[in-house]
Design a protein around this ligand. Structure first.
Ligand SMILES: Cc1ncc(COP(=O)(O)O)c(C=O)c1O
Length: 363
């Protein structure tokens, strides 16, 4: 007899982000590649052994976060990144044979955590323009739909969902937990936090891994109605967020200038990269996030390799549903954008790139 995992787990596909060998300019993971707030670093250097030897206290952090978001602490749960928030919602709301609904392409962890509960995952494919397929999603909502996850703006497409459409979905699925994942909020600017009081089934999440430059801290937040968050807390470890990150959180929240300056740079870079794609007649999808997805067709593999040779990592998204031939590039500081825009033409010349418009129209 050998030890067997649950059948559901044995059948799960592995999510394989590269977990090593990411030397170079990392424009592949949508992190803040410019660093983090100097105030956070100063706090980090002043951490005492007490922070490490006592169990972390989440409540003061939740009060600070609730204040920052303009909601109540009882609505607020700090999580080990948004990844954990997704996991907790799946654990709280999905029974075996329930349905989770997602529009693809999107962030992989929604599907993985939902499947791990033995629920079924229904996917709705976005069209070629990658606009959020609201109509199709509304049609797919059924009695068994218990979880709907929407990244707004979406990863890897950068497309945003208008508030009115989100409200329609919330009303159409009163029995489902609807997660609006605002991981890229800072680069977009529209939020659903102010609607929390209106919808009992709405959950909103944010991460500190992107604009705040704290991916290594693993800090996220999910908020919902007080009554629902009481239930979500039941499946969370009381010490899910580490003490070092908690101690630094107030500094991260207070340094608004750091985030504002970084976001400005990313937005400038995004406009420049999109302009570059237009000039070179490369098909791209206009983005509201800190990255842009573009179509390189048959040149995709060579392009990614050529960029790596030149010290810049970009992300091949070929295997995402509907993204064959696509590569996603994250934007960073002005300096990094300058380097990117200098390197791109060199890499494209080295692979003899020709625009893929004709190939693309055959897709
Ligand atoms: C839409 C979306 N949500 C969540 C995450 C993960 O966030 P965290 O680092 O807080 O777990 C990502 C990371 O790529 C993402 O793209």
């Amino acid at each position: 007899m050998t030890l067997r995992a649950r059948k559901t787990v044995e059948g799960l596909k592995e999510y394989h982000p590269p977990l090593g060998g990411r030397d170079g300019l990392r424009l592949d993971f949508n992190e803040n590649v410019g660093g983090c707030s100097p105030r956070v670093l100063a706090k980090l250097r002043a951490i005492s052994s007490e922070t490490l030897n006592k169990y972390p206290e989440r409540e003061p952090g939740e009060r600070a976060m609730a204040d920052y978001l303009g909601i109540k602490p009882a609505q607020t749960l700090l999580t080990n990144g948004v990844d954990e928030a997704i996991h907790l919602l799946a654990e709280t709301y999905l029974e075996a044979d329930d349905e989770a609904l997602i529009a693809v392409p999107t962030f992989s962890m929604y599907e993985i955590y939902a499947l791990a509960t033995q629920a079924r995952v229904l996917t709705v494919q976005a069209g070629e323009d990658f606009k959020f397929p609201t109509e199709a999603l509304l049609k797919a909502i059924a009695k068994k739909t218990k979880l709907i996850c929407i990244a707004n703006p979406n990863n890897p497409t950068g497309a945003a969902v208008p508030r009115a459409e989100i409200a329609t979905i919330l009303k159409a699925a009163p029995n489902a937990a609807v997660l609006i994942d605002e991981a890229y909020f800072d680069f977009y600017g529209q939020t659903m936090f102010d609607a929390l009081g209106k919808f009992n089934n709405l959950f909103v999440a944010r991460t500190f891994s992107k604009a705040f430059g704290l991916a290594g801290f693993r800090m996220g937040v999910v908020a919902g109605s007080e009554a629902q968050m009481k239930l979500v807390r039941r499946v969370s470890s009381p010490y899910n967020v580490n003490g070092v990150a908690l101690e630094c959180l107030p500094e991260a929240l207070a340094d608004r200038e750091f985030v504002a300056s970084y976001v400005e740079q990313v937005k400038r870079g995004r406009a420049k990269l999109e302009a570059f794609y237009r000039e070179r007649d490369v098909r791209y999808w206009p983005s509201d996030a800190n990255f842009v997805l573009a179509y390189f067709g048959e040149f995709r593999v060579a392009f990614v390799q050529e960029m790596r040779k030149r010290g810049i990592l970009v992300r091949d998204r070929n295997s995402d549903p509907g993204c064959a031939g696509c590569v996603r590039i994250t934007l960073g500081t002005d300096e990094q954008t300058e380097r990117l825009l200098k390197t791109l033409p060199e890499a494209l010349a080295a692979i003899g790139f020709q625009t893929q418009r004709s190939a693309e129209s055959k897709r």
